[in-house]
Design a protein around this ligand. Structure first.
Ligand code: ATP
Length: 324
């Protein structure tokens, strides 16, 4: 192997060791707030609460049994939209749905419920990462048991973004070793990309996300130049106030409803190296990178799970074999 390969492998091993000696608890900021929603809340009201708090997800609490009841994410709202599409006559009922009905909605539209995995905050971070990759969960609640009451409590939620940010901020000595270009390590997806245009309806894009099991669709023009990205979380402002019939409006209109503090989209080229991507993660709130050529034409997509997967798993089997 070349010096480049050796450095790359050394960097990856360094990061993996780091993740094994840190816990999920270490990733949490010293002080933070956690918005937990009661399972009895109307779905309609949950939208406003997320928007007002500038968040896109929240743990659910079953106050009757004092137990953690799962994690509310944009996927749940997309399920509600699918339900509305399949049973358009039931719009009045959709308005009355509570968060506790989400499982019934999944059943009605025939989607498999997401596995609700949680981890204990004091377990190694490496374990949380492996579990994320295994279950495809993009966020995992940290659940602890209260010593006094013996009850479950949700400490916080850990996301792929937070983990990668934590690596980027605290482990620069290893990330700088990752000097191989994205092209050489095959990071991301470059074929069968799901894309859409500004004139498509929001509903079309949502169906595309469901069909491909993805949470972001690049919006391109007729020459495949990237104009924007529609993300699963963008559906939240779209259906605020129960305006399901407006989902037939265009992507362009919907994207103009984004919050003022929207961080923007991030692009990179196939010649960029992983160390540069970690720099971007260190500095900004990146949720995916759109790979473009010199003319801003779409080449591919690098999701956070692609990065996490590479960082955790690349060359792993070989290592295992060598370790005997
Ligand atoms: P998130 O950012 O929440 O992790 P995502 O949909 O962007 O969600 P993943 O769910 O990790 O990303 O994506 C699964 C796989 O699909 C990844 O390998 C990613 O590269 C690929 N992918 C993401 N978006 C698209 C798209 N629009 N077209 C084709 N493939 C995509």
């Amino acid at each position: 192997p070349s010096a480049l390969d050796r450095d790359q492998m050394q960097g990856l091993r360094g990061i993996r060791e780091f993740l094994k000696v840190r816990t999920s608890y270490d990733v949490l900021p010293l002080s933070f707030r956690l918005v937990v929603l009661d399972n009895d809340l109307l779905i309609k009201k949950s939208l406003n609460i997320l928007i007002q708090n500038g968040i896109v997800s929240a743990p659910l609490w079953d106050s009757r049994n004092s137990t953690f009841a799962g994690l509310l994410t944009s996927t749940d709202y997309i399920n509600v939209i699918q339900y509305y599409c399949q049973f358009p006559d039931e719009i009045d009922q959709v308005d009355q749905f509570r968060l506790s009905s989400l499982r019934d909605i999944e059943r009605a539209i025939g989607v498999l419920p997401l596995e609700t995995v949680s981890v204990h905050p004091m377990r190694p971070l490496y374990e949380a990462c492996r579990r994320m990759l295994k279950t495809r969960a993009r966020r995992i609640p940290l659940v602890d048991v209260d010593d006094e009451t013996g009850r479950e409590m949700v400490v916080s939620v850990i996301t792929q973004y937070r983990i990668l940010k934590f690596i980027a901020v605290n482990n620069e000595k290893h990330t700088i070793l990752l000097k191989k270009p994205v092209r050489d390590i095959g990071l991301g997806t470059y074929t069968n990309l799901a894309t859409s245009t500004m004139n498509s309806s929001v509903l079309d894009v949502i169906h595309l996300m469901v069909k491909h099991n993805i949470s972001a669709v690049p919006i391109v023009d007729e020459s495949n130049k990237v104009l924007n990205v529609f993300e699963a979380v963008d559906v939240i402002p779209c259906i605020k106030g129960g305006a399901y019939d407006e989902l037939t409006s265009s992507v362009g209109d919907a994207l103009s409803k984004r919050a003022e503090e929207f961080p923007g989209i991030y692009t990179c080229s196939e010649d960029d190296r992983l160390d540069a991507i970690f720099d971007t993660i260190r500095r900004s709130r990146v949720h995916r990178l759109i790979v473009v050529d010199d003319d801003n034409r779409l080449r591919g997509i690098i999701s956070l799970s692609d990065i996490l997967k590479y960082v955790l798993l690349f060359g792993e089997e070989e290592d295992d074999i060598r370790a005997g």
